[in-house]
Structure formats: structure tokens, C-alpha cells
Design a protein around this ligand. Structure first.
Ligand code: NAP
Length: 442
């Protein structure tokens, strides 16, 4: 809990804060191994296409499913299959279903709307109606209080069986800081993990920039999920890097990813030590902030080299030497700066938008290898990077989202782990923001 959050939830703060019209950041429920996925029943309604699948997932995670609201019941999740909405006049079904129950969504509760990808619809009216779901779910996310979230999951034709890993993630406390997102799932060769608690057992994952912050948290979560994690960082961070690698039962590899021979050295290491790699997380990133008129070319070059060009060069080497195993995953780390733009960050935002371009450009290539590429776009995450931001800007960044608080590195890490899960093969070409539904950007 940050200082303001502690005050707002204290006895005095609970009296003062609402009177001043200030937000009360609710303590978000986060995943801990062994805890139930949901802390209450799920209300499930709507059309035919995905309801049965959703009910199956809820049962698999041990949740009680209600087909109709029960008076006075608090719901841990409310799921609605909106795929049957084929005309704007039928959008009223959203109001009919949610109006009576939306105030019964519990703390850190979940709203998930299931739809069909608008672009796949040949009928114009269906396309319009399905696109409309986005405005609905995003607004619901902004209305929900006490850490509850709202998402739209668009399930392509033939991908009905591929939604389990996504529903498990979005319904659970693993998605604590993800809200207002649209996730697309397409048909793909999904392999269900033998053990959902250790879906990455037997896999090798590479995480760059792993000595601290989001990278260290990602190494931990991928290790927890069963992967052997190769933790990479610059030689100057060797001490912290070894500590992280030891903690997660992985190995460390010191390398500056911008060095001319870095891709070769890295891929040599992955092939010789591990016979290849299954999950690559391009997390290493730097900021060198200045407004454009004051930014010299060295600051521009440094940021582009670390945040974008090094990743392209590593990908080329991985593909060229077939080091990414079939079904392999690449995860980019973008930023809401790359979506919304940010004063003082023309260099950084350029690279982070470039990461989104990389996802678009390589999704087809990865799909042809049975793999995926996706990106997380973090908002304000409590790390050393954001601790260096001036106080007022930092406070604004923390509060200007639906949860009124900053996220934790683990929130980004859990999202990466969902992409990496073998059961997420249908989740390809997505950019998912981990930003508590920041007011910045779409
Ligand atoms: P961080 O604490 O600064 O950690 C990044 C790590 O990457 C550092 O250990 C850094 O080492 C390392 N690194 C930098 N250049 C490298 C190179 N050439 N080769 C290998 N490693 C290198 O950052 P973070 O806050 O955890 O952020 C991680 C990622 O998330 C970054 O891509 C960042 O842009 C992105 N992100 C963060 C936030 C946030 O709120 N924190 C928001 C949006 C996006 P040095 O100490 O030498 O720099």
C-alpha cells in the first residue's frame, strides 16, 4: 500500500477522504498459490455460443455458477455471452442483464463480456453491434468500485475451445491491475497443461532486464509456473541478477543486449545450455527523458537501441537459427506512453509504439510456428523507474486510473505468464494494458 492508500483506508482517512471528493484506493486482491480462484459465485448469462464453455471453466476453477441472480448475493464475477447480439436493437440485452446485478459485483470482482471479433462479421449490423460492446465494457470498468474490473473477450469462429486460459486469468486475482481491455482469441493448436498450477513445467524462458522491477517479478512468476528461467541483465547488475536467478531456481546470463555480438552470444547460450527457448520476454528497457528540443541524438539512440532495435536483432537470430521452439512465445513490453504519447518521452514512446508494431508484424510468422507474440503495455507500476519521476507527476500517474493506485511488478508478470501458458496459443497479436484502466490512451 502506498502512503496515500494507507491514509485513505485508516479510520480518520475513511471519514475525511470522501468528504474531500478524493478517491479511496481499494486494496486489490492478488493471487497467492493455494488460494481459491474466486471468492464467491459467478453469475453467467447471455447467448448460446460460449455459455457452456464459460460454465465449464468456472466449474474447473471450483466456482459456483448461478444462471439467474439470487437476491442479496454478492458476485465474485459476472460473465455475459454477448455473441448472440446481432443488431443494435438487441444491445438492450446488456442493460437487461447487468442493470439489476452490477451493484452486486464484489470487491476485486470481475465482469467479463464475451463477444465475436467485429472484423470477422460479414453482416454490417452484427459488426456494429459487436463493436459496440467495447464502449460498454470500458465504461463498466470505469463505474466499478473497490478494485473490480471489466473486460471484453472476442472469440473468433472456431476458437470456442481456446478460451480457458484467458478466462482463468481474467476471472482470477492474477489480473488484479488489468481492466477495460479487449482480448482477441483465434483458432490455434492449444495444448492444455497437465497441471494448471505449473503450466510451464519443462519449458525454458528468457527474461531480459531481470535483475529488478518488472523483469525480476516476471522471472519469479514464470519460475513459479514451472519454467527454468534464464535471467539476463547488464554485467553491472550481475550481483542482483544472480540473486534473482537463485531465488527462482533459474540461471543468470550477463549481457548488454545492444552489443553488436549480443544476439549471437545469447542464442549460442540458449542452444548450447538448453537446446533452445520456449518463452522470450523482451523486458529490458530504459528511459532518457527530455523534451524533443532539448534531447540530443545520443539520448534518442540509446533508447531506440535498448527498447526496440536489440529486440528485433534478437528475434532475427532466434528465427534464423531456429532457437525458438515450436509453440514458442515472444512477449514484448510496451507502455501506455507508446499508446497515448507522453511529453518528454518522444524517444521512449516511439520505441514502445514500435513494440506494438513488432507484435503486428510478427503475429503471422509466430502463428505459422504454432507460437504467439503479444505485448503488455504497463501503466504506472511501482518500480525504480517510476520512483525517479517527479513527485506531482508521480502522484498523478498513480491516481489517474480506475483503481486510483499504481500497479505492482507482479501484475505485469502475471499477464506475461498468461501469454506464455501453452493453453494461450489462441491469444496472438494482442496488446494488453496493465494499467488499472488508466485515463491516458484508448
Ligand atoms: P528497471 O527497473 O529500470 O529495470 C530494467 C532493467 O533492464 C535494469 O536492470 C536495466 O539495467 C536493464 N537494462 C537496461 N539496458 C539494458 C541492456 N542494454 N541490456 C540488458 N539489460 C538492460 O525497469 P522497470 O520499471 O522494471 O521496467 C521494465 C520494462 O517495463 C521496461 O521495458 C519499461 O520500459 C517497461 N515499463 C515500465 C513501466 C513502469 O511503470 N515501471 C511502465 C511502462 C513500461 P540498468 O540499471 O543498467 O538500466
Amino acid at each position: 500500500m502506498d502512503r496515500y492508500q494507507k491514509f485513505a483506508t485508516s479510520t480518520l482517512g475513511r471519514r475525511v477522504v470522501p468528504r474531500l471528493g478524493l478517491p479511496t484506493p481499494h486494496q486489490l486482491r492478488r493471487y497467492a498459490p493455494g488460494t481459491p480462484a474466486l471468492d464467491g459465485p459467478v453469475l453467467l448469462g447471455g447467448g448460446e455460443r460460449l455459455t457452456r464453455t464459460a460454465a465449464g471453466v468456472c466449474e474447473a476453477i471450483g466456482a459456483d455458477v448461478h444462471a439467474a441472480p439470487v437476491e442479496g448475493q454478492r458476485y465474485a464475477a459476472v460473465v455475459f455471452d454477448a455473441t448472440g447480439i446481432t443488431d443494435s436493437t438487441k444491445l438492450r440485452a446488456l442493460h437487461d442483464f447487468f442493470h439489476p446485478v452490477i451493484r452486486s459485483v464484489g470487491a476485486s470482482g470481475r465482469v467479463v463480456v464475451l463477444g465475436s471479433p467485429p472484423a470477422e462479421q460479414t453482416d454490417a449490423r452484427t459488426r456494429v453491434a459487436q463493436r459496440a460492446l467495447e464502449g460498454f465494457t470500458r465504461s463498466v470498468g470505469k463505474e466499478l468500485k473497490r478494485g473490480a474490473t471489466s473486460q471484453l473477450v472476442l472469440v473468433g469462429e472456431g476458437a470456442e475451445g481456446e478460451v480457458e486460459s484467458t478466462l482463468r486469468f481474467l476471472l482470477s486475482a492474477r489480473s488484479a491491475y488489468v481492466s477495460g481491455q479487449v482480448v482477441r482469441i483465434g483458432p490455434a493448436p492449444v495444448s492444455e497443461p497437465a497441471d494448471w498450477e505449473h503450466p510451464l513445467a519443462g519449458k525454458v524462458a528468457l527474461v531480459t532486464g531481470a535483475s529488478r522491477g518488472i523483469g525480476a517479478a516476471t522471472a519469479e512468476v514464470l519460475g513459479r509456473d514451472g519454467a527454468h528461467v534464464v535471467c539476463l541483465d547488464v554485467p553491472a547488475r550481475g550481483g542482483e541478477l544472480s540473486e534473482v536467478a537463485n531465488r527462482v531456481g533459474g540461471s543468470s546470463f550477463q549481457l548488454d543486449v545492444t552489443a553488436a555480438d549480443a544476439p549471437k552470444k545469447l542464442v549460442d547460450h540458449l542452444l548450447q545450455r538448453h537446446g533452445g527457448v520456449d518463452v522470450v520476454v523482451h523486458n529490458a528497457g530504459i528511459t532518457r527523458d527530455k523534451t524533443l528540443g532539448r534531447m540530443d541524438a545520443a539520448l534518442w539512440d540509446a533508447v531506440v537501441a535498448v527498447n526496440l532495435s536489440s529486440q528485433e536483432r534478437i528475434n532475427d537470430e532466434l528465427f534464423g537459427r531456429d532457437a525458438l521452439r515450436p509453440g514458442g512465445r515472444i512477449v514484448g513490453v510496451s507502455s501506455i506512453s507508446g499508446i497515448a504519447g507522453n511529453a518528454g518521452q518522444t524517444n521512449y514512446a516511439t520505441t514502445k509504439a514500435g513494440v506494438i508494431g513488432m507484435v503486428d508484424a510478427l503475429a503471422g510468422e509466430l502463428a505459422s510456428r504454432g507460437g504467439t507474440i503479444n505485448a503488455v503495455a504497463p501503466g504506472f507500476i511501482e518500480t525504480r523507474m517510476t520512483a525517479a519521476v517527479p513527485l506531482l507527476v508521480r502522484e498523478a500517474g498513480r491516481r489517474m486510473n480506475s483503481t486510483s493506485q499504481g500497479g505492482l511488478p507482479v501484475d505485469v508478470a502475471e499477464t506475461v505468464a498468461w501469454f506464455a501458458n501453452p493453453a494461450s496459443a489462441g491469444v496472438n497479436g494482442n496488446v494488453v494494458r496493465v494499467c488499472g484502466q488508466s485515463l491516458l490512451g484508448a
